[in-house]
Design a protein around this ligand. Structure first.
Ligand code: MF3
Ligand code: CO
Length: 276
């Protein structure tokens, strides 16, 4: 699906720029998440994100991407990914993923979080918790593993150990390499396959982004050519971080603390990018 087939291995200097792009992405997401409340429109979230990019002299990698018309994707309830912000008014009980990214000095960040408005149903809370937790297990596998495929295996194992087959892992959309482009090689699947995958090597940056659904994993794209929904109306959730592997370890680029608070309980201590 993504243009480049060669993996881009970053120098330490390029990784330091990736840290900047990741931090701007994280702060812009903070603003978009803060704007997400009942009565707000999805366009309000886009505006909040956009303002933070502008304040940091960063640009949006989503805006204009294959003609995409906004700076974030807001995907609500049965929308899985690529929901276009607009006049839709958010309501109590909505589960929405907010996905956005920034370009700083030519390098890209990409991250997504899920928010539930008002008092979450048990089922929505479980969906988001399991997706988020599986993402962190996938990230930890980027530190402890030897191949890109170890990430998807860790994600799938975590989902299955927590909920068995009660939640579905999307296969139509996957994570990706990230760097001088938002979408680069390699694909980062969210499940285990028998295929041989590239070795995890210093200089690699990956966007790890599991998408889980309460029903069947079949999706379709709406008339707007972007919004992806579940065909059975099941609810969907996504969490995403951009992560660097370097000579000393891994660092979560789109987390203020490099992922320390979430990774340390999993036995992984993130290591700052050299010189950052
Ligand atoms: N961030 C999405 C992904 O994670 C890509 C969105 S592309 C856009 O890979 F065109 F919708 F912006
Ligand atoms: Co992504």
């Amino acid at each position: 699906m993504f243009g480049r087939r060669r993996i881009e291995y970053k120098t330490d200097e390029q990784l330091r720029t990736m840290v900047q792009a990741g931090l701007v992405t994280s702060r812009a997401l903070d603003a978009a998440v803060a704007a997400a409340r009942p009565g707000a429109t999805t366009a309000d979230l886009d505006a909040a994100f956009r303002e933070v990019l502008a304040a940091h002299e960063a640009t949006s990698n989503f805006l204009g991407y294959f003609g995409y018309p906004a700076t974030v994707c807001v995907s609500v309830n049965d929308e899985v990914v690529h929901g276009i912000p607009g006049e839709r008014v958010l309501e109590e009980g909505d589960i929405l993923s907010i996905d956005g990214g920034a370009i700083v000095h030519g390098f890209n960040g990409d991250s997504a979080r899920t928010v539930i408005l008002g008092r979450p149903s048990e089922a929505d809370q479980l969906l988001s918790d399991v997706t988020r937790d599986a993402m962190w297990h996938g990230i930890a596998a980027m530190a402890t593993g030897t191949r890109v495929g170890d990430i998807g295996a860790a994600i799938e194992d975590r989902v299955r150990s927590r909920v068995g087959d009660r939640l579905g892992i999307l296969e139509d959309y996957v994570g990706h390499g990230i760097g001088s482009q938002m979408h680069m090689a390699p694909d980062v699947l969210n499940y285990r396959t028998g295929d041989r995958s590239p070795a995890l090597r210093p200089g690699m940056c990956l966007a790890i982004e599991p998408m889980l659904v309460t029903g069947a994993i079949e999706t379709k794209v709406l008339e707007d050519d972007w919004t992806v929904v579940t065909t059975d109306g099941g609810r969907a959730c996504q969490w995403e971080h951009s992560v660097a592997r370097h000579k000393g370890g891994i660092w979560v680029l789109t987390a203020e603390d490099g992922g320390a608070s979430e990774l340390e309980p999993l036995g992984v201590t993130p290591v700052p990018v050299p010189g950052a």
